[in-house]
Design a protein around this ligand. Structure first.
Ligand code: 5GP
Length: 110
């Protein structure tokens, strides 16, 4: 498999505006924001890699929950009390980067 742009962000090979970073999850600003706050959350560990919700298996079923928990923690840290969480699932679902990511959108600014 070819590394995606998000693999390169985790490896530090391309820059990103990182706003949330734990051992397991990275959150960074979307390069083309669709709301005043638009963050992408991804799983950092290789064992948690999954390309899309469509490809989730029993082994990776915990990953979306991890991303949602990270988003919730981020919102609490930032004092953001209203937001949308979205997964684009597959090409026909608008997914362009095949590295599972959770979109966090809020009308509140950071
Ligand atoms: P998708 O459509 O796959 O759910 O969303 C991919 C998202 O990644 C898009 O919102 C797009 O703007 C964002 N994106 C694509 N390339 C980069 C990049 O190099 N850096 C950052 N920060 N975001 C990116």
């Amino acid at each position: 498999m070819q590394p995606t742009i998000f693999h390169k962000i985790i490896a530090g090979e391309i820059p990103a505006d990182i706003v949330y970073d734990t051992d397991e999850v990275l959150g960074f600003k979307d390069i083309h924001p669709q709301a005043p706050t638009h963050i992408l959350f991804i799983a950092k560990l290789e064992k948690d890699f999954v390309s899309s919700i469509i490809d989730i298996t029993d082994q990776t079923a915990h990953v979306p929950t991890k991303l949602i928990q990270a988003a919730k923690e981020f919102a609490t840290e930032q004092g953001i009390d209203g937001y949308q969480l979205k997964f684009h699932c597959g090409k026909d679902g608008g997914q362009e980067v095949f590295f599972l990511h959770l979109h966090f959108l809020s009308q509140q600014s950071l």
